[in-house]
Ligand binder design. Structure first.
Ligand code: FES
Length: 197
């Protein structure tokens, strides 16, 4: 069984390399585009890179993405720094993306944020909680306004977080999650961040 300890997820190697499984997935992705249009695969490849290297894309990882796609590094930097879904600093094991747009705000996202900061010890936009489990981030509408207030953690939405009990249940579930979800391209191998765990 794999065990990803919180702080291991925050360190990117100096000279990162994609795992064989990730390389295979990138190769498959590139078949979707014309040969001279590798840049079209930049967003999905950045997602793969973020998943491979502990939940964030360091400058070295962005350089690897550029090298892999045959792009200038600046072409990767400008995309990675534009989209908020890419983390540019080390993060905790779980990144809690708290929706702060109108409907969620009306349903208590400010109180939810304050509550999460109090419980986890992490601050929105700041470093991870001391135990390494949680990073808090504010994001715009997650397109699930009918279930506000919402927190997204990777591919999962936690909905109607308007009671302490609902928040506690989410945090307990996340704390007890010792295995990171296996991503599609990992079915044939493991990413670097999970090796030796
Ligand atoms: S406003 Fe929060 S999901 Fe739309």
């Amino acid at each position: 069984m794999l065990n990803l300890t919180p702080m291991e997820s925050t360190t990117a190697p100096t000279k990162p390399q994609f795992s064989p499984a990730a390389k295979a997935e990138i190769k498959r992705l590139l078949t979707h585009y014309p040969n001279d249009r590798n840049k079209s695969a930049l967003l999905p490849v950045l997602h793969i890179a973020q998943a491979e290297f502990g939940g964030w894309v360091s400058p070295e990882v962005q350089d690897l993405v550029a090298e892999t796609l045959g792009l200038q590094p600046i072409e990767v930097y400008e995309v990675a720094t534009f989209y908020t879904m890419f983390n540019l600093k080390p993060v905790g094991k779980h990144v809690l993306e708290i929706c702060r747009t109108g409907p969620c705000m009306l349903r208590g996202s400010d109180e939810l944020t304050a509550h999460l900061e109090r419980i986890t010890g992490a601050k929105v936009g700041g470093p991870a909680s001391e135990d390494g489990f949680f990073t808090l981030k504010e994001v715009e509408c997650l397109a699930a306004c009918g279930f506000a207030p919402i927190v997204q953690v990777r591919e999962k939405y936690y909905e109607k977080l308007d009671t302490p009990e609902a928040v506690d249940a989410m945090l307990t579930e996340l704390r007890n999650q010792v295995h990171r979800p296996i991503l599609p391209w990992e079915e044939v191998g493991l990413p670097n961040s999970l090796k030796n765990n």
